[in-house]
Design a binder for this molecule. Structure first.
Ligand SMILES: Cc1cc2nc3c(=O)[nH]c(=O)nc-3n(C[C@H](O)[C@H](O)[C@H](O)COP(=O)(O)OP(=O)(O)OC[C@H]3O[C@@H](n4cnc5c(N)ncnc54)[C@H](O)[C@@H]3O)c2cc1C
Length: 405
């Protein structure tokens, strides 16, 4: 196994992790990462946080220094796309027509912003890459009081809104759902986050849709016109799975893989935002967009290439920073039907325990990092907490397992 060659398609969080973990686990064969961005693999989360706020630069974002790749015999091909994979010949075809042969290939192609399906979408900027962030920074730098319209009240849209507000611009968030973060969070947490944005002076127009974007303004379907010096959309992503599909692999909202992150071709895996995997947690096919998922899946696939038979079972977790709010989510809260809130929402420190029936499926910790850390452990161990136990006066997560016993 040790001398086999690995080609990683996509030089992001997950792709980089595959290569790093392969070397850490003793793989000696050639590793090539092909990425279509100019920058070496970097972290995306700071793009809507410290990078946009001007508190860090690209050097502070890169996952490994340039010398790391040379020192560890990892060939990093930048600014180049893989346009095809010939599974018979076991070669990846690059945009320059060069081919790279492989014993194992890993798709780590991530996802791209979902385009806004309205007239004038060319006036809208997205925020996925460092190039996107630089284009936005260019519009904002040296200015104050610009009218900024954010389309989409999800993680990206709200984090962006928080930073732009801190930079003293006027911000309006337009969200089609009745509440921001409707799909990602419980109603309780979403309500407090929206209130926090409003208290910072962000206008949130929920339950509204965009009719068109024009130079200098945005039209809503109800006839409202918003002045806009800058329009940024964060309305979700589309997984980059076209190359896998052309190679004859199953694709449906992501590259379909089994619990070992393997496609139907045993020599090809998929990891990170592009992978829709058989999840023991949900009992179905799941696609996640988070740093935790990208890194843990990268490590799992490196082990699989080196012969491990362990499936991917890591507990998902997420975080978001907005103003001084640290939101941390352990588990998957999607699909909950009951919640119990612990702590003091009025003081901006609380946790929402999300249940499906009597089963705890996730915890949203709003400025309660201990709950997040304890919650992760409890969920990983298989929680026996019920809504009744959590709702008891004086409930304490630190001693909760005894209380549940
Ligand atoms: C602005 C922003 C903020 C975020 N904040 C958070 C956060 O706070 N917490 C959190 O957990 N997650 C956050 N995320 C999500 C997290 O960054 C992603 O889930 C993670 O980057 C996914 O890693 P990935 O390697 O799967 O994909 P990516 O990081 O997208 O990397 C995929 C790479 O593959 C390249 N590629 C695609 N196709 C090809 C091809 N054919 N050939 C060559 N290269 C190709 C892409 O251009 C890209 O460079 C954020 C994301 C964004 C955009």
């Amino acid at each position: 196994m040790r001398g086999e060659s690995v080609v990683v398609v996509g030089a992001g969080q997950a792709g980089c992790q595959v290569a790093v973990s392969l070397r850490e686990q003793g793989h000696r064969g050639p590793i090539t990462i092909v990425g279509d961005e100019r920058a070496a693999p970097y972290q995306r989360p700071p793009l809507t946080k410290a990078y946009l706020a001007g508190e860090t630069d690209l050097a502070g974002l890169v996952l490994r220094q340039d010398s790391y790749y040379d020192d560890h015999g990892i060939k990093l091909v930048r600014d180049e796309r893989v346009i095809g994979v010939d599974r018979q010949a076991r070669v990846a075809v690059l945009g320059c027509a060069r081919t790279v042969s492989y014993d194992h290939l890993v798709f780590a192609t991530g996802a791209r912003p979902r385009p806004l399906p309205v007239p004038g979408a060319e006036h809208v900027l997205n925020l996925r890459t460092i190039a996107d962030a630089d284009a936005i920074k260019q519009k904002l730098d040296g200015q104050v009081g610009l009218d900024v319209v954010v389309i989409g009240g999800g993680f990206i849209g709200l984090e962006f809104a928080a930073v732009v507000r801190k930079l003293r611009h006027e911000v309006t968030v337009v969200e089609t759902q009745p509440q921001v973060m409707q799909r990602a969070l419980s109603a309780e947490t979403a309500k407090h986050l929206a209130a926090r944005h409003r208290s910072e002076g962000v206008e949130i127009l929920a339950g509204k849709s965009i009719a068109a974007v024009k130079e200098g303004f945005v039209e809503l379907t109800d006839g409202t016109v918003l002045v806009a010096d800058l329009v940024v959309a964060g309305i979700g992503v589309i997984p980059n799975s076209e190359v896998a599909q052309r190679a004859g692999l199953a694709v449906d909202n992501g590259i379909i893989v089994d619990a070992h992150l393997r496609t139907v071709d045993p020599r090809i895996h998929a990891v990170g935002d592009c992978a829709r995997f058989a999840s023991p947690l949900t009992g179905g096919l799941t696609r996640l967009e988070s740093v935790q998922n990208a890194t843990d899946q990268g490590t799992t696939v490196a082990s699989a290439i080196l012969g491990s038979a362990e499936p991917y079972t890591a507990l998902p977790w997420f975080w978001s920073d907005q103003y001084d709010v640290k939101l941390q989510i352990a588990g998957l809260t999607d699909g909950h039907d009951r919640t119990v809130t612990v702590g003091d929402p009025a003081e901006g420190r609380f946790s929402v325990f999300c249940f499906r029936g009597d089963r705890l499926i996730g915890i949203e910790a709003y400025n309660r990092p201990i709950d997040f850390l304890m919650g992760r452990r409890i969920l990983e161990a298989g929680s026996s907490l019920t809504p009744e136990i959590v709702a008891r006066p004086g409930f304490d997560l630190r001693t909760s397992q005894q209380q549940a016993a």
